[in-house]
Design a protein around this ligand. Structure first.
Ligand code: NAP
Length: 345
């Protein structure tokens, strides 16, 4: 396993990060425990979760994934082997059950951190991420931007000041952003400089062969400001495993179970996936491993957040670190991308 510096911090995180959002819904606690054991055995030292998980979000499962991780820490004593990332939810209609509608202001962040620490059974969070912005912008990988002049938003200066306090109190070590835009990341950086507060250490956004929108604007920010990408949904919700080809959708798989997740199932995404599938066949690797190796090998990626619902999937995904993307493969991937530049609007 390769390890990479997280922003300008003294932490070196594994190039593969273990995603957790299915635990507590598609996966039981025991299955989550087994995934953490396996990931650790493969050299993974970085786990990603959120107060909001599991997914799809529901009041009954709010916080359950963090609890499962906390139970595993208690059971195994492995807290010191893991760089632990979690997230505070931003505002939104679908998560009104969280503190009556979560915001990234001082009051909410202080309450959210205490609750996450309790559920995670830990004294400190290594990376505390703002799950999505406290303003309207085109996050979750959407194209298009609609400006809403005069809308009420928590100023980024307030969020940075609160995070600075939480670092000083020893509740969090570093913070990161998620589902952010170039304007958002640069605003955090500028505010941190202005307040002599810590800088954001990372940005967690969607990135995969079906969604390369990060490359426009944010890839440059990631390099120049050392705010590297923690790439989420690298398999486009499982689409890039190839298992949804030819309309034979597997039972108990995310896109079959939760039809509301439709971004990666349109005709354009299906057509692009077919071409990537053919290339993987030609190269003699699984499509999942090719897709994951592509993400992990991008220069602006600090860590690739994989997700799995079984140990077989997890093993295949962890072993993607053995697949390398040579120049010829890169050219072939680019040729497909040129034909289908943005299949997941
Ligand atoms: N910041 C954010 O807003 C945000 C958003 C999304 C995710 N995340 C983070 O990123 C992590 C990963 O995201 P993701 O789950 O969307 O990643 P993904 O790689 O796009 O999808 C993972 C899903 O694909 C299927 N799968 C995985 N490996 C497979 C394989 N080898 N063969 C066949 N199917 C396979 C599994 O679902 P099925 O078995 O159900 O098919 C698995 O749960 C999450 O756990 C979370 O920590 C963050």
């Amino acid at each position: 396993m390769e390890y990479r510096q997280l922003g300008r911090t003294d932490l070196n995180v594994s190039a593969i990060c273990l995603g957790t959002m299915t635990w507590g819904q598609q996966n039981t606690a025991e299955e989550g425990f087994a995934q953490m054991d396996m990931a650790l055995d493969h050299g993974v030292n970085f786990f990603d979760t959120a107060e909001m998980y599991s997914v799809p979000t529901h009041p009954d499962t709010y916080g359950r994934t963090e609890e499962i991780i906390g139970e595993w820490f208690q059971k195994t004593g492995n807290r010191d082997k893991v760089i632990l990332a979690t997230k505070a939810a931003g505002p939104g209609e679908w998560i009104k059950h969280i503190r009556g509608g979560p915001r990234l202001n001082r009051d909410h962040l202080f309450r959210a951190v205490e609750d996450s620490l309790k559920r995670l059974k830990t004294e400190v969070i290594d990376l505390y991420q703002m799950h999505w912005p406290d303003r309207s912008t085109n996050f979750f990988g959407r194209l298009g931007y609609r400006h809403r002049p005069g809308e009420e938003m928590t100023p980024i200066s307030e969020t940075v000041a609160a995070l600075d306090e939480l670092v000083k109190q020893g509740k969090i070590r570093h913070y990161g952003v998620s589902n952010e835009s170039p304007w958002g990341v640069m605003s955090y950086v500028h505010e941190a400089e202005k307040q002599d507060a810590p800088r954001p250490a990372s940005i967690q956004n969607p990135y995969s062969l079906l969604n390369r929108s990060f490359e426009v604007g944010l890839a440059e920010v990631a390099h120049r400001e050392d705010v590297g990408l923690l790439a989420y949904s690298p398999l486009a919700f499982g689409m890039l495993s190839g298992k949804y080809r030819h309309d034979s959708w597997p039972e108990n798989a995310r896109l079959t179970l939760f039809k509301q997740f439709s971004r990666y199932t349109n005709q354009e995404a299906i057509a692009a996936t077919e071409l990537y599938w053919e290339l993987a066949q030609e190269l003699g690797v699984s499509l999942a491993q090719l897709a994951l190796a592509y993400v992990t090998s991008r220069s602006f990626v600090t860590s690739n957040i994989i997700g799995a619902t079984s140990l077989e999937q997890l093993k295949e995904n962890l072993d993607s670190v053995q697949v390398s993307i040579d120049r010829d493969t890169e050219k072939k991937l680019e040729a497909i991308h040129t034909r289908h530049p943005y299949p997941a609007p």
